[in-house]
Design a protein around this ligand. Structure first.
Ligand code: PEP
Ligand code: MG
Length: 585
């Protein structure tokens, strides 16, 4: 058997070897199939029967997934039912059959192509990928036309699943059975639902392989390297050996991470610190805790919106927050109200495109503009607060008036709940994110208005240094060690602490060991980051003495440039504690 390699994007790390199972996909015929006019009525009935059967299938899947995996995954089938029941879809299909005298298969193929073109024109990657929802539904109807149910994905246990695209409905059901070794897809990007789910379920996954389904056959031996984004097909023994040793190293590294995750979070001189996780989905919580998270420092709630094609209801919100509260209990969960608008557009709301999205109607600005949605979200968070330790975080605050407006709405929503005798945590804390330099400079005034700060350094650096955080041409200027950034961050931290209030850093800065030590020196004790980085930060903080570090960093902010700061810290910290910066076998 021929050996070859395919490159894609690794979206869930890990290296696995196993046999391929190639999922069947709906292949629409390129040829139009016509029917005689007298058969039109029969054809319409055939189509409606297949749609009715698909409705039943979807309702069944919704029940199954809800019971086996959790209600929060079954919402996808509500979205699919809505697509299926959309009158304009049926009307468009009927029109094609009646006016062009084509059969149902051809009508479905044309609709699929029609939607593909519409979605392709969408700029936002996340929404472009929602095409797979529509495709998924049309494909199910197509299969039901000739009674060929989706049988291609049976037998994936202990195998590597190779598929064109893991449609949202399949992703939840297939992956969470826990026995798929790895996944390799033709399509997909890092934000696809399948990728997010694979990461949180710890299944090595490579996407964007273009035509792996054409090149690989059932039973082929594969090595999926989700860390480097590569798939090896039928590797000879020498290559296999090489990868197995890479796998051993990687697995050893993971074991080391988990070992560190279980150690106590205290510095050498006994100062307690709290590593926490930034997550996007409620189901990531177990994975975050396994890496040593002592709470969720940032729950990016906009994903509740981004995951569906309709607006989430209060119940949709509530289910997510209730699960977070219960699963993290007694640990805290900081729920950030939606950071949407600007470039994260919501087609549900048809927001106008803005000339400069980063400086536009995003986050709290958007919430204050669409107050009905904001109230729905606050009500859901408050209701769920009765079940655990929830806290609220407001993103992108620029001025004190916004804090006042948010608090007024918050007070009203609480009063409503009290009146209806709906329980909630009366003491639920409310804090703000410091990610706009104007708010950072006013930290001493703002802290009096709120229970805590969380510093969003990703945006704070972007706005403070006027460097687009996602523009590669200016990324050389994006410098977290810039003394100006450090002075600002130090001011925010010390101001909050002086006032006896809580403060955390939840931007990427907290995930870098050298920077985390620097933040510790400023007095910070709460560090929130992508869970995978928790062990290395924890390891670094455990070997330093908080008092010594304090002296070192206060010198560092007096230096003239980012480079000088970095060199100084390397000399004073890295050279003295090399063990703090290296993890692994
Ligand atoms: C930040 O800006 O640092 C932050 C944590 O928020 P996000 O990355 O979601 O903008
Ligand atoms: Mg931000």
């Amino acid at each position: 058997m021929e050996f070859f390699r395919l490159r894609g994007t690794g979206v869930a790390p890990g290296i696995v070897q196993g046999q391929a199972v190639v999922a069947e996909r709906v292949l629409y015929s390129a040829h139009k199939a016509y029917i005689p006019p007298h058969r039109v009525e029969d054809e319409l009935k055939r189509l409606r029967d297949a749609m009715a059967e698909t409705r039943e299938d979807l309702a069944g899947l919704k029940r199954d997934v809800g019971a086996k995996i959790g209600e929060e995954h079954s919402f996808i089938f509500d979205a699919h039912l809505l697509i299926l029941e959309d009158r304009s879809l049926l009307q468009a299909l009927e029109k094609l059959i009646r006016e062009e005298n084509v059969n149902s298969e051809t009508a479905l193929a044309e609709m699929n192509e029609h939607y593909r073109k519409i979605f392709e024109a969408i700029e936002d990657e996340y929404f472009r990928q929602r095409q797979s929802d529509v495709s998924d539904v049309l494909g199910k109807v197509y299969r039901n036309l000739d009674g060929k149910k989706d049988a291609g994905l049976e037998g994936v246990q202990d195998r590597i699943l190779v598929a064109h695209d893991l449609l949202p409905s399949e992703a939840a059901l297939r992956l969470s059975r826990g026995r798929v070794l790895a996944v390799a897809l033709d399509m997909g990007g890092p934000t696809s639902h399948a990728a997010i789910l694979a990461r949180s379920l710890d299944i090595p996954t490579v996407v964007g392989l273009h035509d792996i389904t054409q090149k690989v056959q059932n039973g082929d031996m594969l090595i999926v390297d989700g860390t480097d984004g590569e798939v090896l097909v039928n590797p000879p023994p020498t290559v296999r050996k090489e990868f197995l040793s890479k796998k051993e190293k990687y697995d050893g590294y993971r074991r080391e991470l988990r070992k560190v995750a279980r150690l106590r979070s205290v510095t050498l001189d006994g100062s307690r610190f709290f590593p926490m996780a930034n997550i996007e989905l409620a189901e990531e919580i177990g994975y975050a805790m396994s890496y040593g998270a002592e709470g969720i420092g940032l729950f990016r709630s906009e994903y509740i919106y981004l995951q569906r094609s309709t607006l989430p209801s209060e119940e949709d919100h509530y289910e997510v927050y209730a699960r977070l509260a219960r699963d993290a209990q007694p640990r805290p969960v900081y729920v950030r109200t939606i950071d949407i608008g600007g470039d994260k557009n919501l087609p549900q709301l048809q927001i106008e495109k803005e000339p400069n999205p980063a400086l536009g109607l995003r986050a709290v600005r958007f919430s204050l503009r669409t107050q009905d949605l904001f109230r729905v979200q606050l009500r859901a968070i408050l209701r769920a607060s009765a079940l655990g330790n929830l806290r609220i975080l407001i993103p992108m605050i620029t001025e004190i008036e916004e804090v006042g407006e948010v608090k007024a709405i918050f007070t009203e929503v609480k009063a409503e709940l009290r009146e209806k005798k709906i329980p909630f945590d009366e003491k639920i804390p409310l804090g703000i994110m410091i990610e706009v330099p104007a708010a950072a400079a006013m930290a001493d005034i703002l802290i009096k208005e709120v229970d805590y700060f969380s510093i969003g350094t990703n945006d704070l650096i972007q706005y403070h240094l006027a460097v687009d955080r996602s523009n590669e041409f200016v990324s050389y200027l994006y410098k977290p060690f810039h003394p100006s950034v450090l002075r600002l961050v130090r001011f925010v931290i010390t101001t909050a602490l002086k006032e006896g209030k809580d403060v955390a850093v939840c931007g990427e800065m907290a995930a870098d060991p050298l920077m985390a030590i620097m933040l510790l020196g400023f007095g910070l004790r709460k560090f929130s980051m992508n869970p995978i980085f928790i062990p290395r930060v924890k390891k670094a903080l455990r070997v330093v003495d908080a008092r010594t570090v304090r002296r070192i960093v206060n010198q560092a902010v007096e230096l003239r440039s980012a480079q000088e700061v970095e060199e100084y810290l390397i000399e004073k910290l890295l050279v003295k504690h090399p063990e703090a910066f290296f993890l692994g076998p």
